[in-house]
Structure formats: C-alpha cells, structure tokens
Design a protein around this ligand. Structure first.
Ligand code: GDP
Ligand code: MG
Length: 178
C-alpha cells in the first residue's frame, strides 16, 4: 500500500487542570471513543489523527499531558513546536475555569513565540446540563478577553458534534495561516 505524504502536519496540545476531560477529548476525536476509566498515570505521549480538509490530507499530532498538569509542572519541551494549544476547563468546576489564567501565563512563559500559537478556549462537560456552573456567556467573555476562539464541548456525548467541529475549525485555521 502506498501511503501518501500529508500535505500538512500540525502539533496540537491539550492543557488545563487535571480532570477537565483532556484525555477524553483526545480519544473522542482520534478514535471516536469514550471511557470513564482513563488512568492519568498511564501516560501516552501523543495520538495521530489524519483528516481531509479542503482536498488536503492533514496529519494532526495530538499531545496530552499524563498527570503532570496536577502539579502545574509542564516543561518547555512539551510546548516545543506547538502549532495550537487547547485550553480546557470543566464547566461544572469553577476552579478549573479560574485556572485558565494560570495556564495562559504558563504558555506565555514557556512558549518561544507565544503569539504564533493558536489558542482555543474549551469549556468541556457540556452534557452535564443540570450541573453546569460556567455559563456560555462567561466562557465567551473570557475568550474575548484573551482574543482567542471559544468552543463548548462534550467528550461524553456521542451526539455532540462539537469535539469534531472544533478540530476541523482549528485545522482550517492552521492551514489558512501557513
Ligand atoms: P484529564 O485529566 O483532563 O485528562 O481528564 P479525563 O479525560 O481523564 O477525564 C476526567 C473525568 O471526567 C473522567 O472520569 C471522564 O469520564 C470525565 N469526563 C471527561 N469528559 C467528559 C464530558 O464531556 N462529560 C462528562 N460528563 N464527563 C467527562
Ligand atoms: Mg488526562
């Protein structure tokens, strides 16, 4: 089998407090799978997902943290050559939303060219309708403050298209600014 070279390749990182659903978002998009029982200590480095966008084959390298985020101990090497960073919070846990500021600072302090990296703010666990604390307006306002894009997702809900929609949107944006 001849495997064509991708037309483009991007490195995308997931960042945010422990438990917000970063690993689930990655698995939902890469494998269309969801499980309650991820063990954060069994760290995988990255997953590859190849997508077709605008007649182009784009290889996305999705990097997940393996529990280091618990200690806010994300090293410079994790950020190296990142094209985009998804900053994820849990809409049912206010502290994870407050900590977005901390993650934004962490990026600014560790990324060599912070302005060149696309950032997206992601409010996850939107399926937990009656436990939602962070409203869409609050999420949007924070994204506006940082001048970044904003998505609300559910890694759990199979009927929620937003995880895929977010990654396709991001891929198009990365292609545009190449
Ligand atoms: P991480 O520490 O940020 O990687 O978070 P995980 O992906 O390990 O998810 C932490 C917990 O939240 C797990 O028990 C997941 O099942 C749950 N979870 C993740 N995403 C969602 C979601 O969109 N909705 C709901 N209801 N639970 C989620
Ligand atoms: Mg995880």
């Amino acid at each position: 089998m001849v495997r064509a070279q991708p037309d483009a390749q991007f490195k995308i990182l997931l960042i945010g407090d422990s438990g917000v659903g970063k690993t689930c978002i990655m698995f939902r998009f890469a494998d269309n799978m969801y499980t309650e029982t991820f063990t954060p200590t069994i760290g995988i480095d990255f997953k590859i997902k190849t997508v077709r966008v605008r007649d182009k084959t784009v290889k996305l390298q999705l990097w997940d943290t393996a529990g280091q985020e618990k200690f806010y101990n994300i090293t410079r090497s994790y950020y190296r050559n990142a094209d985009a960073i998804l900053l994820v919070y849990d809409r049912t846990e206010a502290v994870t939303f407050q900590n977005i500021a901390r993650w934004m600072r962490n990026i600014d302090e560790n990324v060599s060219h912070p302005d060149d990296v696309v950032r997206i703010l992601v409010g996850n666990k939107s399926d937990l309708q009656n436990r939602l604390i962070i409203t869409s307006n609050e999420g949007k306002a924070l994204a506006d403050k940082y001048k970044v894009d904003f998505f609300e997702t559910s890694a759990k809900s199979e009927t929620s298209p937003n995880v895929n929609k977010m990654f396709y949107y991001l891929t198009e944006k990365l292609l545009d600014q190449r």
